[in-house]
Design a protein around this ligand. Structure first.
Ligand code: ADP
Length: 732
């Protein structure tokens, strides 16, 4: 997923010296400049870059990376990508810098708008708590590191949180600033002793970690690939079509090409005025890589590429909301703090990335114009029209709050927009969690030593003209760079600080760390133990106090959190959607040997037996056939085959089939909910029986093991195979 590290021309001045003090948050002109104070557009420049890659300067980005799509004007050729979408591997560690302050981003999600308004009105002054950067800077100058840990404890001070940043890659600079603001201890080259937190740049597996916390979940990178995400959302669309209409209609290629052709034909027949456009996105691509638009499934670019590169083809949103006549998308940062229990936070501010050519609805003539249709920063930075933003309200990359401010001044209902976005984020994560849990138990089996995980995700959202937010994609490694490339002279690029990026990203990292702070958890645990000793009445008082400050306590010198909890806060409204989560819990229970992600035939049979799903109408032979049929189909879909057996998605499909068989007349989600309850009841009864039985036999009271009973080999296929109705026929 991670794009290649772009070649850069080394700059004679060390990077840490190049940061002008005027852009240090807290000192800089932050977001308060009036909205009309736009930067003069950069003089059109050829998108050239010196590479030494054999192609010479002038290699193009657009066509090389987006076959078939060309920017208007001279097409650039073969240059290294600038980044916004994802974190590339292999970035060098940076030298220590002067500590810098971050910008608080509003004070509550609903207040993002207020924050934006504030920016519109006046330049930011010292906030109520003073500029965080300054406080952090003052403290950062001391060299107290040596007195952390035990020495700190002996001296009566709290030991400082330790963070291993040796694998942080391109998020290193923003991480360093955050750590200085928090006065935590950084270990840039790793540490012999365990650290409290490990900051990985790419994935959970960047390092072997057995304790503490890691900023990546196992399996997340796989889960947010275009095909996997589309499948996960599709499953939810099958169950709750209206609730999941924030994701454009998509087909997975190559296997769904015939379905794509058929469905488009049927829709065109039923509505001859429908003139759709489709966007084709290669699986695993990022930064606009290989993306192109087509008007018809018969387009040669599609038919010619189908077999060679798996992709998602998606309905193109033709009427996006425009600002300054330009299409833009939103990058929102979301913290998945915990999978079980599910905890989600959303950053109050995000980034808006702008196209650089005025938007026109797609026609055969403009279909190829990258700068008109694709909002990727990595593409548009190569347009002569790209404007580097020196404040939050202008240029080709702005804060989302500045857009909200603008929309609000036009009378838009931004409160509703925010609540739609929150709902989109929660629903998307609900679609992802079932499979994430399977990966989690496989990499960190319960009962074995292992770290806990959290992760910052980048949600890319497009607003339609009617302000409906649509999900474009989720990034497991959103870029946390706080600088951008600027061309000093033709072909010579330099990294310069980007105040807009710094304002948003440093706050997200710093506040993520504040939320996962292990010291706070320890203090909370100690408080809980103490509470056991005090009277019930006192306990209630203390708990009420904790509720009020979110259990966080005051943090002098730091701004209020830029991340707002949305789950479990709004859990009630979404609990009915968590059906696949419960199906995944059944799947995990029958996986048997810990550490696998696929269910064997014996596990599947045990599931059927224990849940009492087989009867005279559904024999064990039919069960075996169902298993073979569905497993074979899923395994032939070009997914990875390290393990044999039935993956979660295949199990979900089998489960839906069984639900349809058993509860014929209900809508699909009710069929599935009924079968889940049926299974859960049987398993609870079974567990109870076992507990009673083992309590009766001395020495066996502990350790409920679900050892599947030995079964005869799978029977041969019979005529009963494939008798399940395809639940997917409910799709449209
Ligand atoms: P990548 O990971 O390569 O950036 P995206 O799915 O984010 O792929 O798509 C790239 C860009 O294409 C988006 O930033 C957006 O501007 C545009 N885009 C993607 N999907 C759609 C769509 N369904 N309708 C309209 N524009 C889209």
């Amino acid at each position: 997923m991670a794009p290649p590290e772009g070649a850069r021309r080394p700059c004679p001045v060390p990077r840490w010296r190049r940061r002008p003090r005027s852009v240090i948050a807290g000192e800089a002109e932050p977001s308060g400049s009036p909205p009309d104070r736009r930067l003069a557009p950069a003089a059109p420049r050829p998108p050239l870059r010196s590479h030494g890659n054999g192609r010479g300067a002038g290699a193009a980005v657009g066509p090389r990376r987006c076959r078939g799509m060309e920017p208007a004007g001279a097409p650039p050729q073969g240059c290294a990508p600038a980044r916004e979408a994802e974190e590339p591997p292999g970035s060098p560690a940076l030298p220590d810098e002067e500590p810098q302050g971050g910008q608080p981003a509003g004070s509550s999600p609903e207040e993002a708008l207020a924050a934006g308004r504030e920016r519109c009105r006046s330049r930011r002054g010292t906030g109520p708590q003073g500029p965080p950067g300054r406080a952090a800077r003052g403290r950062g100058r001391r060299t107290p590191g040596r007195r952390g840990g035990e020495e700190g404890v002996r001296a009566g001070r709290r030991p400082r949180v330790t963070v291993d940043s040796s694998k942080a890659k391109t998020s290193l600079e923003a991480l360093k600033i955050s750590l200085r603001q928090l006065r935590w201890r950084e270990f840039p080259f790793g540490r012999r002793l365990p650290c409290d937190i490990y900051w990985h740049g790419v994935s959970f597996h960047d390092n072997d970690i057995f304790s503490g916390q890691v900023n990546k979940f196992p399996g997340m990178t796989e889960m947010v690939r275009k095909i996997t995400l589309s499948r996960a959302v599709r499953t939810m669309q099958d169950l709750f079509p209206l609730e999941y209409n924030f994701y454009p209609r998509s087909w997975i290629l190559p296997e769904e090409f015939p379905l794509f052709v058929d469905e488009v034909r049927v829709m065109k027949d039923s509505d001859p005025s429908w003139k759709p456009t489709f966007i084709v996105k290669p699986d695993g691509g990022c930064q606009g890589d290989g993306i192109y638009l087509i008007k018809d499934p018969s387009d040669i670019r599609l038919t010619g590429n189908i077999q060679s590169r798996p992709a998602v083809v998606q309905e193109y949103i033709c009427k996006p909301l425009l600002v300054d006549k330009l299409k833009f998308d939103i990058r929102l940062y979301v913290l998945l703090k915990s999978l079980e229990p599910l905890e989600i936070y959303i950053a109050k501010d995000g980034l808006s990335r702008f196209c650089t050519e005025p938007y026109q609805e797609p026609t055969l003539k403009n279909l190829h114009q990258v700068f008109m249709h694709l909002t990727n920063y990595s593409l548009n930075i190569h347009s002569g029209n790209f404007i580097h933003s020196d404040n939050a309200n202008t240029g080709s990359k702005r804060t989302f709050s500045s857009i909200l401010c603008r929309l609000s001044s036009r009378g838009a209902d931004v409160k509703k927009l925010w609540s739609d976005i929150i709902s989109l984020v929660i629903k998307t994560i609900i679609a992802l969690t079932p499979e994430l849990k399977v990966y989690y138990q496989s990499d960190i089996p319960a009962g074995k030593p292992g770290p806990t995980c959290f992760q910052i995700l980048g949600f890319d959202i497009l607003l339609m003209k009617n302000l409906k937010p649509m999900l474009l994609e989720v990034n497991a490694n959103p870029s946390m760079r706080i600088e951008h490339e600027q061309e000093l002279s033709p072909g010579v690029f330099e990294n310069v600080p980007s105040p807009v990026d710094e304002e948003v990203k440093v706050a997200v990292i710093r506040d993520t760390l504040r939320l996962v702070d292990p010291q706070k958890k320890k203090r909370k645990d100690i408080q809980c133990q103490t509470l056991d000793l005090v009277s019930e009445a006192k306990e209630e008082v203390l708990e009420a106090g904790q509720e009020q400050d979110g259990g966080r306590g005051p943090e002098p010198g730091l701004p209020s959190l830029c991340l707002k909890q949305v789950f479990p806060k709004y859990a009630k409204q979404f609990s009915h959607l968590r059906l696949v989560d419960r199906v995944a819990a059944l799947f995990i229970r029958f996986l048997g040997v810990k550490g696998t992600t696929k269910l064997g035939p014996t596990g599947f049979r045990t599931f059927i037996r224990n849940c009492k799903l087989s009867n005279s109408n559904f024999s064990m032979a039919a069960v075996d056939i169902l298993y073979i049929d569905i497993t074979r189909r899923w395994n032939s879909m070009g997914m990875e085959h390290r393990e044999s057996g039935m993956c979660l998605q295949a199990f979900v499909e089998a489960f839906f089939c069984l639900a349809q068989k058993k509860y014929k007349s209900l809508p699909l989600h009710e069929q599935v909910a009924s079968l889940i309850e049926f299974c859960e009841d049987h398993l609870a009864a079974l567990d109870e029986k076992r507990v009673r039985r083992s309590a009766a036999v001395p020495g066996q009271a502990e350790g409920l093991h679900l050892t599947p009973a030995p079964h005869p080999p799978l029977l041969h296929r019979t005529a009963t195979a494939g008798k399940c109705t395809d639940y997917r026929s409910h799709r449209y």
